[in-house]
Design a protein around this ligand. Structure first.
Ligand code: GLA
Length: 736
């Protein structure tokens, strides 16, 4: 078991990290260690007790002025008790003010992983080396309990945390802040790496030093958002891809979130993360419980690369449930950038025919097939096939597509409603609009009140009816606006602060029902591209459309940022037409293919309009992706040259977990006269292995793994704008 309890000291071990906490003589649950794997020494000897002045002393500390929650590292700091730093809970336990003081009550451990009702959570099977520790804290005065849950994934070097609040008192309890985790570190000087952006520019990477005071990231948008991602890294100054220490914190939640990192007066660092509390208020009746979303934490002493691999492996093994996880993902063509709203069945079939002849596996029919939907001003909510527009039924269309040899997928945006829709005319109160006020529109649409059961039932009925009407293997679940005023006609006035979280719970319950009914459905998440690319969503959809930006060069930065927290098999990426629709850039088709192969591969253009030369390139791309899909889907991913730090070339690699083969891609982002050559080094090979090296399919020579990793290879000099190269190596005995 990875959990060792020695009197009042709780030590959690994964293979390469150790996490420790201790109940002190005042009953406070201190955080004493998180870092490289070590022993069960009681690390509380590292805590300084000293009177810092103006730091409060709790009743249990008597005359001990130096004992203050304001300076102690803790597992679950709350507001009250004289800790003035950022905290995990602001609760009114019936006194009329926020004030709480938590002390240790009891604990239990068991083999396996706790589950969370209605929320995504990592899971484990019986054979996995995964254990749970539950620690129950209680308010010093009231029958109010906080259950801290820890999942210890020994082999994967991650520890999950979640929190359940339990009101066993006779009073109503309310809280306006509940964070899922606190990471107290006993020093400062940390860099924070985070992923900011905007629509079509998601997950740009920024590294910044924490300062004395609070650094915060949040989404107030009702979704995890394009603007910030609920994943953050704290890294030592010198940490780079291969060396140095770093922590990752990932929130498994798809709504708004809040992350704060505070460097305090005694040079300690505290990081808290949880549900966005800017417009949050929750009332807990006697007997009521509240579960805060899970976080997944990891520590790496082998740099950022090691940290990412921990997340990639843990998410793949313990978060993604889809039956498609292990299966070869279909190479698909999506008609969005090919036709936008202007299509009928004939047009779709012409694309499908071409797709089949080029070796693709699936056609995805995007926005515009339902209700009155020839522009984005109308139709959302009316999930009835527009047979007049298609010229046939969906069943007939899908039949023909299946006959051509392709699977079929379809787009929905279930959480939304257009005012110009039958649904809105019948149920205006299903939209979240504050009574007596004009709605705030975005993309000319409103958001459905996902907290309502009747809304959930309607969505399920419509989705199920469409999915039952034809042979549909894939659904792209989109969400194309942020939530401004979150109002429900069903909730009492004093509880409107619960809306945003209840919305997310409603969404999760519909997604769960969908997957329960169609366990083999391939669900692709989407929110105007990657506006809801978070670990919560990956519990439901094994892949997410990474960005509405399909320009290969901009995708280098977006996919680079995404790779820190999420496995590349979750990153949906397509080849689109040039000039690119988002920025007008022209890139070689070869490069667009190489960039899209960084994730789950597909096309988003009118294949029927391609020249014969282009078609032959596409045919080869599809063939090559399928030949190597195991590497792309299951291999270890390495960021080798960063598009943020290097403006000449970006390089990444996939290596088989046993080092038998690898694929390294290089995309040039600048050109020079009299150019110099770049050397890049492979990772993850067997040093003594003898490898055959191929460049763009052509045999180049034989090298040892040591030569490829320590010496490296010379990249060719680019011959045109955005030139690119793909290198493949395999052990000689494994070739073929
Ligand atoms: C969003 C998605 C796109 C496309 C459109 C359709 O922007 O990200 O891929 O599906 O909606 O309206």
């Amino acid at each position: 078991m990875g959990i060792i309890i020695n009197q009042n000291v709780f030590t959690l071990h994964t293979d390469n990290s150790t996490y420790q906490m201790k109940v002190d003589d005042k009953g406070i649950l201190l955080h004493t260690y998180y870092g490289q794997r070590t022993d069960e020494t009681d690390y509380s000897y590292l805590i300084t007790i000293a009177d810092r002045g103006f730091s409060g002393n709790i009743p249990q500390s008597g005359d001990e002025r130096g004992y203050s929650l304001d300076t102690l590292p803790q597992e679950f700091p709350v507001w009250g008790g004289g800790d003035f730093r950022v905290n995990c809970l602001q609760a009114d336990l019936g006194t009329g003010v926020n004030d709480c003081l938590l002390v240790f009550d009891s604990y239990k451990t068991y083999h396996g992983k706790y589950a969370l009702e209605g929320l995504p959570a990592m899971f484990a099977s019986g054979e996995d080396r995964v254990d749970t520790l539950e620690i129950l804290l209680k308010d010093y005065y009231e029958e109010f309990y906080v259950r801290l849950l820890y999942g210890v994934f020994e082999a994967d070097d991650v520890i999950t945390r979640a929190v359940v609040l339990e009101n066993k008192s006779q009073k109503d309890i309310s809280f306006n802040r509940i964070m899922s985790t606190c990471l107290d570190i006993n020093n400062s000087g940390w860099d924070m790496i985070h992923f900011y952006g905007r629509h079509a520019q998601e997950r740009q990477t920024e590294r910044t030093a924490l300062f004395h005071g609070i650094t915060e990231l949040r989404s107030t948008r009702g979704a995890s958002s394009h603007q910030h991602n609920p994943f953050v890294i704290l890294a030592e100054k010198n940490t780079n891809e291969e060396t140095g220490c770093c922590y990752g914190v990932s929130l498994l939640y798809s709504g708004g979130f809040h992350m704060q990192a505070e460097v305090d007066q005694t040079f300690q660092t505290r990081l808290v993360m949880g549900i966005d509390d800017s417009d949050f208020f929750w009332r807990l009746k006697p007997g009521g419980k509240f579960t805060a979303p899970e976080v997944c934490m990891s520590y790496s002493s082998t740099g950022l690369s090691g940290l990412s691999r921990n997340y990639h492996n843990a998410i793949f093994k313990h978060l993604i449930r889809s039956t498609w996880k292990e299966k070869q993902r279909p190479v698909l063509v999506n008609n969005w950038e090919a036709t936008y709203f202007d299509f009928n069945a004939k047009k779709i079939l012409s694309i499908a025919e071409e797709a089949a002849s080029l070796g693709l596996d699936m056609l995805v029919l995007d926005d515009g097939w339902f209700g009155k939907r020839d522009t984005d001003f109308s139709g959302l909510g009316d999930w009835y096939v527009n047979e007049e527009k298609l010229g046939c039924s969906l069943e007939e269309l899908v039949h023909k597509i299946n006959d051509i040899g392709l699977m079929f997928g379809i787009w929905f945006e279930p959480e939304m409603i257009s005012e110009d829709s039958k649904l809105y005319r019948e149920h205006p109160d299903w939209a979240m609009v504050v009574p007596g006020r004009e709605p705030v529109r975005a993309r000319s649409q409103l958001v459905l009140d996902m907290t309502r059961e009747d809304v959930q039932e309607y969505i399920k009925e419509r989705l199920f009816s469409v999915l039952d009407s034809a042979n549909i293997q894939y659904v792209k679940w989109d969400m194309n606006r942020s939530i401004a005023a979150a109002y429900s006609a069903k909730l009492p006035g004093g509880q409107q602060g619960e809306m945003r979280h209840r919305y997310v719970l409603g969404l999760y319950s519909v997604l769960e029902a969908l997957l329960e009914r169609y366990p083999d459905l391939l669900l692709e998440g989407c929110s105007g591209g990657g506006g809801r690319f978070d670990a919560g969503m990956l519990y439901y959809s094994p892949q997410i459309w990474c960005s509405d930006n399909t320009d290969a060069v901009e995708r280098l930065r977006i996919q680079y940022g995404t790779s820190f927290a999420y496995p590349m098999s979750t990153v949906s990426a397509h080849v689109s037409v040039c000039p690119n629709h988002q920025n007008g850039r022209v890139t070689p088709l070869k490069t667009r293919g190489i960039c899209a192969m960084q994730g789950t591969f597909g096309y988003e253009l009118d294949l029927s309009k391609m020249t014969e030369e282009e078609k032959s390139i596409v045919r080869n791309q599809v063939k090559s992706f399928k030949e190597h899909y195991r590497l792309f889907q299951f291999g270890n991913y390495y960021r080798i040259v960063s598009p943020v730090e290097n403006h000449d070339v970006t390089v990444w690699e996939y290596a088989d977990k046993n080092g038998k083969e690898a694929c390294l891609a290089a995309v040039f982002t600048d050109l020079y006269g009299n150019a110099i050559s770049h050397i890049v080094k492979f990772r993850g090979l067997c040093p003594e292995g003898k490898y055959k090296l191929f460049r763009d399919g052509e045999f180049e020579g034989e090298y040892t793994g040591a030569a490829l990793m320590q010496g490296g290879i010379l990249l060719p000099v680019p011959k045109e704008d955005y030139d690119s190269f793909q290198f493949y190596v395999c052990l000689e005995e494994d070739e073929g």
